[in-house]
Structure formats: structure tokens, C-alpha cells
Write a protein that binds this ligand. Structure first.
Ligand code: NAP
Ligand code: GCO
Length: 267
């Protein structure tokens, strides 16, 4: 078979991006749309949904938006049924929706820990379970889980998030192992530190405009010398959503400016 750029085409495919109202999810959805996919996305807040619909429309993308909390199985099932009725089977699922709570573990409540794990890990389970039967019937499908550097590393105040994202890495591998025989590929993208609302508190400037200490820390630890942008993740998303990655399964592709490979400069 001669290799052409058609291998990266998503023409005729239907993609669902959870949390695709802004941030990384919005950028990933735009990339999949550029590659030809029809886009569906969800979030919990109506104001986010309405703003996102405008943002997609401004970019010529007729996305279908849903108010759906990925931790609520009935809402998830109803959304998937509606998408399959109106847009056809879901070919690509991006489990992007996620939250973080930055609290020292000894001060974190069980409710706070559970909320992070419920969204960042259990939500991906519910979403993946909901699309798998259709993908199994069609003997084709792509599931992309948005993992994190915290799938590999820990740091102060993010115990719940790291536990969830570490679990998401292994859920990625287990879906690959269990469903690879149906020609379903499940891989992860591991973003480094990306400038989005989720990390805004880590980049807040001081009264005099000075950089946040964590901001300076990340710049020193990242060989690329900058925070990532959601757009930095677009190529990896199209690759993992397309037939160009049909023999890639259970892998986490880190898009992190080199931070995971770097021990840090001698002080
Ligand atoms: P973000 O800006 O906070 O956006 C999160 C999105 O998820 C929002 O659209 C939010 O909308 C939605 N969401 C949250 N909980 C939801 C739920 N229960 N059901 C449905 N939608 C939900 O986050 P981001 O920075 O773009 O991050 C996106 C993903 O990348 C997350 O999984 C995050 O952990 C991961 N990540 C981020 C970074 C980074 O540096 N930014 C790095 C690595 C990994 P609503 O609030 O309206 O629901
Ligand atoms: C934090 C950040 C990180 C990033 C990302 C890194 O508080 O350390 O929020 O967790 O969001 O997950 O890959």
C-alpha cells in the first residue's frame, strides 16, 4: 500500500470530545474537524455550551453540543444514543473532560478526592463503556484518553489528580488489551504544562507583574522553555484518531516540551 496523507484524514468520521467547550478539548475538536470529522462535544454548564457553539460556528465547524455530566451514567447513555441517532456511530472518542483540586493530601476531604477521581477516571470509564459496543459491532474505533504528566509523576497537593491520571494511563492500556482484537485502538495523550483555565492559578502574575513561582519553575524545567498551548496537542490528536495510528495501541504520547525527559538545570 503506498503511503499518502489520506492516512491522516478523518473524512466521514464522527468524533465526540468530552469537555470540548474550551481549553484542550476545544483545540482537539478543532483539529479533528480540520481533518474532516463531524464534531460532538459536551460539558456541564449551559453558559460554556452556548459560548462554545458560537466559537465553533465562527470557525465554520457545525459542532453538536450536549449538556452532559460524564459522571452520570444515564446522561452519558442518553447523549451517546442521541449522537448515534443523529450523527451515526461514534468513531472517535476523546476522554478530555477533567478537573483538578490542589489541596495538601492530609487536608483533602474524601469528598474532594472522590470528586476528582469520579470525573477524571470514572467518567472516562463510563464514556468508553458507552461507545465500545458500537465500535465492537463496527470492528473499528479510536479512544483517546487525555492523561497527564501526573500519570507518571507526583507533586505536592495533587494526590487525587495523580491517582486518577495514573489510573487513566492503565485504563488506556487495558482497553487496548481487551479490545484490540476488534480493531479498536485506545491510546493516551500526555500534555505537559498547558496554558488553559485549569492552570491559570499557576501562572497568575504578582501585583508588580512578576511571574508566579510555579510559572518560573515550569519554564526552568521545560527544555522548550515555554508553557504548551492547546494547539500544541492538535497534531497528536489527529494522528491517534486516524488510520495512520492503526498499529499503535495502549501508548501514551507525551506532548510536554521535553519536561519528562529532563532532570533540570544545575542551580
Ligand atoms: P479546563 O480548561 O478546565 O476544561 C475542562 C473542560 O471539561 C471544560 O469544558 C469543563 O466544562 C469540562 N468538564 C469538567 N468536568 C466535567 C464533567 N463532569 N462532565 C462533563 N464535562 C466536564 O481543562 P484543560 O486544561 O483544557 O484540561 C482538559 C484535560 O486535559 C483535563 O483532563 C486535564 O486534566 C488534562 N490536562 C490538562 C493539562 C494542562 O496543563 N492544562 C495538562 C495535562 C492534562 P464544564 O465545567 O462546563 O463541565
Ligand atoms: C498541576 C497542573 C498539572 C497539569 C497537567 C500536567 O497543578 O500540577 O495542573 O497537573 O494540569 O496535568 O501534565
Amino acid at each position: 500500500m503506498s503511503f499518502t496523507m489520506e492516512a491522516f484524514s478523518l473524512q466521514g468520521k464522527t468524533a465526540l470530545v468530552t469537555g470540548g467547550a474550551y481549553g484542550i478539548g476545544f483545540a482537539v475538536a478543532k483539529a479533528l474537524a480540520v481533518a474532516g470529522a463531524r464534531i460532538a462535544f459536551n460539558c456541564r454548564r449551559r453558559e460554556h455550551l452556548e459560548k462554545a457553539m458560537e466559537d465553533y460556528r465562527e470557525r465554520g465547524i457545525e459542532a453538536k453540543g450536549y449538556l452532559c455530566d460524564i459522571t452520570e451514567e444515564t446522561q452519558v447513555q442518553e447523549m451517546i444514543q442521541d449522537i448515534e441517532r443523529n450523527m451515526g456511530g461514534i468513531d472517535i472518542l476523546v476522554n478530555n473532560a477533567g478537573i483538578i483540586k490542589r489541596v495538601p493530601m492530609h487536608e483533602m476531604s474524601l469528598e474532594e478526592f472522590r470528586e476528582v477521581v469520579d470525573i477524571d477516571l470514572n467518567g472516562a470509564f463510563l464514556m468508553s463503556k458507552a461507545v465500545l459496543s458500537g465500535m465492537m459491532e463496527r470492528k473499528s474505533g479510536k479512544i483517546i484518553n487525555i492523561c497527564s504528566m501526573m500519570s507518571e509523576l507526583g507533586r505536592e497537593t495533587v494526590a487525587a489528580y495523580a491517582a486518577a491520571k495514573g489510573g487513566l494511563k492503565m485504563l488506556t492500556r487495558n482497553i487496548a488489551a481487551e479490545y484490540g482484537g476488534y480493531h479498536i485502538q485506545c491510546n493516551g495523550i500526555g500534555p505537559g504544562y498547558i496554558a488553559t483555565p485549569q492552570t491559570a492559578p499557576l501562572r497568575e502574575r504578582g501585583a508588580g507583574g512578576e511571574r508566579h513561582p510555579f510559572d518560573r519553575f515550569i519554564l526552568s524545567k521545560t527544555p522548550a522553555g515555554r508553557w504548551g498551548t492547546p494547539e500544541d496537542l492538535m497534531g497528536a490528536a489527529v494522528f491517534l484518531a486516524s488510520e495512520a495510528s492503526d498499529f499503535v495501541n495502549g501508548q501514551i504520547l507525551y506532548v510536554d516540551g521535553g519536561i519528562l525527559a529532563y532532570i533540570g538545570r544545575q542551580p
